[in-house]
Design a protein around this ligand. Structure first.
Ligand code: ADP
Ligand code: MG
Length: 730
């Protein structure tokens, strides 16, 4: 018997355990060594170029061509000293991965001399063949001109791959007419919209604030399995998740994996990818086992959101590459194994001023606490007003398997703030009403500052089931999927926050104009916001059935599948919030909606094909082989003259196997027929619904019968690595 599964198991048994290449260096000694940081810039750029670059980073203004030449020259000199031969514009198209197109510095001049060249033009703009990236019809192939344009606010870095080294320049990706085709361009727009709106509101409290940045600290969950075993499964290779497989006898019920000791082979892999990450300036801090067998997590120190998003994309790429060196496979999929907890990517989000204040951390005086409350309440209001957009920002075919599966927040967006802050908000709502003139004293009596500080950093009553939880000095968006580009949910969060703050300022200013005192005016608008956004707050168990019912009574949405969740992009309120803040044009928004629907269809389509293939070409032949074994056995027993009672069990098994074979065959045929129907539907919205309602639903039937067969068929004949092997052997 030499199925791929057996060969893989043999290879795994003989596997020499890889050791880490980590050389015991201090992290500080390698940190940022492959990054063109501010310090390096000082060394390699003229004063003039350095200053101009820094000011364009701060203001977002365009950098002059002459300066760009100087920056390019400095970058090239630094990179060449480190053995770099190529450069690439590095970007994040809507495919969900990162893209690079490498060019060498090498070029030939008019007179035939070979030189190494990298000038301002090459730094600022490139033209990759963009027709093959998703564009939702914005750019038909005949006018396939897309540009990548330098984002000076995220530093260039050197990517090492074997002995090759390439300098990567973070860029945005846009169509010839400036319409965005990636995740970064809208993110940058949302960052500046939020900056402006937040500074305006901050200035009520502190005139010294001139810049507000959003901060992001992500936590990345992932699975690690043996690469050879993974390669023996077409579903893992092609879809990143298992489409079939019976649950192992031992799952996560013993809860012995969480914070348990990390297996040696995985530990070596972690050390290596961490080392690579440090060189790239990714400030990883935490590593530990996660709940499921074979599942792990890492998290960095938080950073400015644009850089944090880049670093997360980079990390996913680095992990995947380094795992190969260890003959391991990293599964970033949201739900690689049915019945086993899936993976998410918590996005911890906050706001920081250039005066060093975290706007979501309570202060020590009444004034700073009013500032905290202002941003805190506005965040809740923003999520309340645009909950559907938040849901849409985390929608993907992968994440559908995880949301609401009793391991991750449900598809219902709500906000958790904890007992104490609930009391504070309730008190404000209760006491700040009535006539303005009588309010001063009441408000001063609230003494909010005395109640808040002591309690917040104490996270003991943290609610792990909430999709959006306040955790002392930041909000944690927990429903984000593990493969997601954080840029999308962060863009939505920044944008809706900017919108809320802008409206807030208009309302407060109107009261001030009427002659109210500033603090009183602020308190009153906050009170209104608290009352208006109350239904989005939920402190209980988000996993419970009771919450789904309660949420329905409250009128909160519960979009369980991606096609319906994505409808939010077409709603009036979403359009307004994106247009008002200059994030998308109408065409860009429509294109994005289309791209996401198409992405969904493609994902399910590929899975449907692979599932049909595995069932027909791997499982049915194995089942038939086993049936033949049984039949021959029965024939033999009969031949030697034994009575029917001696082969009753075998005959019974033959019948059961036959039943499953028939059912699998029927379901695969039905699935193919539905696929044909769906593919003839030209409206992408309708097609995605068909894939969701008529095709994906067949997966369960096929899987049910395949998994039953897995329990019956002779282990030697079973062609694909089983869950217990994938999850426990390494
Ligand atoms: P847990 O697993 O309990 O949620 P961790 O300590 O693993 O907590 O993760 C906390 C995350 O929050 C880290 O990624 C950290 O960088 C991030 N974080 C802390 N403070 C901020 C902040 N002000 N803004 C954004 N992220 C933050
Ligand atoms: Mg967390």
């Amino acid at each position: 018997m030499s199925s791929l599964r057996y060969l893989a198991l043999q290879e795994l048994a003989a596997e020499e355990k890889k050791i880490s290449h980590y050389n015991g260096k201090k992290i500080t000694a390698m940190f940022n060594s492959n990054v063109f940081t501010g310090r390096v810039m000082r060394e390699y750029l003229s004063d003039e170029a350095y200053k101009s670059l820094m000011s364009s980073i701060k203001s977002g203004a365009k950098i002059e061509r002459k300066m760009a030449d100087q920056v390019a020259a400095g970058m090239k000199a630094w990179a060449e000293e480190r053995g770099v031969t190529h450069f690439t514009h590095w970007f994040q198209p809507l495919t969900g991965t990162t893209a690079e197109k490498h060019d060498s510095f090498f070029t030939i001049k008019g007179d035939g001399t070979a030189i190494e060249l990298f000038d301002g033009d090459a730094l600022i703009q490139q033209e990759p063949d963009a027709s093959s990236f998703p564009n939702g019809g914005i750019r038909a192939t005949f006018e396939a001109r897309g540009y990548t344009a330098w984002d000076p606010s995220s530093p260039a870095f050197i990517m090492e791959s074997g002995h090759g080294k390439t300098i990567c320049i973070p860029t945005i990706f846009i169509a010839y007419n400036g319409e965005s085709l990636d995740h970064k361009a809208p993110l940058l727009k949302s960052i500046s919209a939020l900056d402006k709106a937040a500074v305006d509101v901050c200035n009520y409290f502190d005139k010294n604030v001139t810049k507000v940045t959003a901060t992001l600290g992500w936590e990345q969950e992932y699975f690690v399995i043996d690469e050879t075993l993974a390669n023996a499964r077409p579903d893992l290779v092609m879809c990143g998740r298992t489409l079939i497989g019976h649950a192992p006898a031992k799952g996560q019920q013993l809860e012995d994996h969480y914070f348990g000791s990390i297996p040696d082979r995985v530990y070596a892999f972690m050390q290596d990818f961490e080392q690579e990450s440090y060189k790239l300036g990714i400030p990883l801090r935490t590593r530990h086992n996660e709940v499921a067998p074979g599942q792990f997590e890492c998290a960095p120190i938080f950073e400015e959101v644009n850089i944090a998003v880049d670093h997360n994309s980079l990390l996913m790429d680095v992990m995947t590459k380094v795992a190969k060196r260890h003959k391991l496979k990293v599964l970033l999929h949201e739900k690689p194994f049915a019945g086993v907890n899936g993976s998410g990517k918590h996005n911890n989000w906050s706001l920081a001023t250039d005066t060093g204040v975290n706007l979501l951390a309570p202060g020590k005086t009444p004034r700073t606490n009013l500032m905290f409350l202002t941003f805190f309440v506005n965040a809740i209001k923003a999520v309340h007003d645009h909950a559907d957009l938040m849901r849409a920002s985390i929608a993907s075919a992968n994440n559908d398997h995880r949301l609401g599966a009793n391991e991750a927040p449900p598809a219902i967006i709500s906000v958790y703030i904890g007992k104490y802050l609930t009391e504070v908000l309730d008190e404000i709502e209760e006491r700040v009403k009535g006539k303005f003139s009588e309010q001063d004293e009441v408000i001063l009596k609230l003494d909010i500052h005395k109640q808040i500080p002591e309690l917040l950093m104490d996270n003991t009553d943290r609610n792990r089931t909430s999709p959006f939880a306040f955790t002392g000095n930041k909000f944690e968006f927990r429903a984000v999927g593990s493969t997601a580009n954080c840029g999308l949910p962060m863009m939505v969060l920044n944008t809706i926050m900017a919108e809320s703050l802008k409206k807030f300022k208009v309302e407060v200013d109107a009261l001030i104009e009427k002659g109210e005192k500033k603090e009183i005016a602020i308190m009153h608008v906050l009170r209104d916001y608290i009352a208006q956004s109350k239904k989005i707050r939920f402190e209980g168990d988000n996993y419970s059935e009771a919450w789904a019912e309660e949420a329905k009574r409250r009128g909160l949405s519960n979009f369980k599948t991606t096609p319906e969740a994505l409808d939010a992009y077409a709603s009036e309120s979403s359009k307004n919030v994106f247009f008002n803040n200059g994030i998308f044009s109408k065409r860009e928004l429509e294109a994005r909606h289309e791209i996401m629907l198409e992405e969904y269809v493609k994902k399910v389509q590929i899975e449907a094909r692979i599932l049909g293939y595995i069932a027909t070409n791997h499982i049915l032949p194995a089942a038939i082989n086993y049936q033949n074994v049984l039949i021959n056995n029965v024939k033999g027993l009969k031949e030697v003259g034994l009575p029917e009672t001696s082969y009753k069990a075998q005959l019974n098994l033959v019948t059961i196997v036959s039943g499953h074979i028939q059912n699998i065959n029927d379901a695969v045929e039905a699935m193919i027929a539905e696929r044909k129907k769906a593919n003839n539907e030209t409206d992408m919205h309708k097609r995605s619904k068909m894939y969701c309602d008529n095709i994906k639903t067949k997966f369960d039937t096929i899987r049910y019968h395949v998994d039953k067969l897995e329990l019956i068929v002779d282990d030697k004949l079973w062609p694909l690595p089983k869950y217990r092997e994938l999850l426990y052997l390494r």
